[in-house]
Ligand binder design. Structure first.
Ligand SMILES: CC(=O)N[C@H](C=O)[C@@H](O)[C@H](O)[C@H](O)COP(=O)(O)O
Length: 237
């Protein structure tokens, strides 16, 4: 799939992130595949998946859904952990993803490759790159390194980006103003319908929602916390 076809499919739409952390009750590849199928049935224009489920999740979801898959792997939880190496990116593509999501912060990558090198490797293999950033400067650098899409995924997850409870709509707005030719994807803590709308109005080409759709632990907790018996423990997404 090329970028033009991808944008014709996702522009103005919802992308659903189907992931579950190591200790999560939904951490099972066939469960993730079913979540992805449910998301597509509900109108997801694309699915983002992989994470700690890695290549197995990407492969299962890509084989099951007709919409484009944005794949990623995760290694660890600090530094560059989203599809951190060229080898990871190529594996994600080989598993059937149309788009590889990768950390595009300027922090050192574990294989020593630059973002530009990673982008080139993905392009040479026929893939599209979604650059996960946390600041405007990172988004601008990612675009000049050749990234096809810039996503706000990492805002709030690098020590130097704003640690907001809700989505970083300001980052969407600023990236859209800076980057006229690279589509911006709004991602990270989109928990409300009005925030999805606001992101599109701020210039996002598409919005990714994960936890608020695909994590029943998180959803249950929100309801439990409205009762006299709030949930006792936290389980990550
Ligand atoms: C920071 C990081 O590792 N983000 C990951 C990226 O793939 C996922 O864990 C998120 O669920 C995804 O970005 C969607 O965000 P939210 O679940 O907040 O809607």
């Amino acid at each position: 799939m090329n970028l033009t076809d991808l944008m014709a499919t996702i522009h103005g739409g919802l992308i659903v992130s189907c992931q579950a952390g190591h200790e999560h009750p939904l951490r099972d590849t066939s469960t993730i595949r079913r979540l992805a199928e449910a998301a597509v049935a509900g109108g997801a224009t694309a699915v983002r998946c992989g994470g700690v489920g890695g290549i197995a999740d990407v492969r299962a979801v890509a084989a099951a859904v007709t919409v484009p898959v944005i794949g990623l792997t995760k290694r660890g939880t600090s530094g560059v952990f989203i599809t951190p190496t060229v080898a990871d990116a190529l594996e994600v593509l080989a598993a059937g993803a149309a788009v590889v999501a990768t950390d595009a912060t300027t922090r050192p990558r574990p294989d020593g490759a630059g973002l530009r090198e990673t982008v080139e490797a993905v392009h040479n293999a026929g893939g599209i790159v979604m650059a996960d950033v946390s600041t405007v400067a990172e988004g601008v650098a990612a675009a000049s390194a050749g990234a096809d899409l810039v996503a706000t995924t990492l805002s709030g997850y690098t020590p130097y980006s704003p640690q907001t409870a809700g989505p970083d709509l300001a980052l969407v707005r600023h990236l859209a103003a800076e980057l006229s030719t690279v589509p911006i994807v709004a991602e990270g803590r989109y928990h409300r319908f009005d925030h999805v709308r606001e992101a599109l109005e701020a210039g996002a080409a598409a919005v990714v929602v994960g936890t608020a759709i695909t994590d029943p632990v998180w959803i249950t907790r929100r309801f439990a916390d409205a009762t006299d018996r709030p949930a006792p423990v936290t389980t990550g997404h």
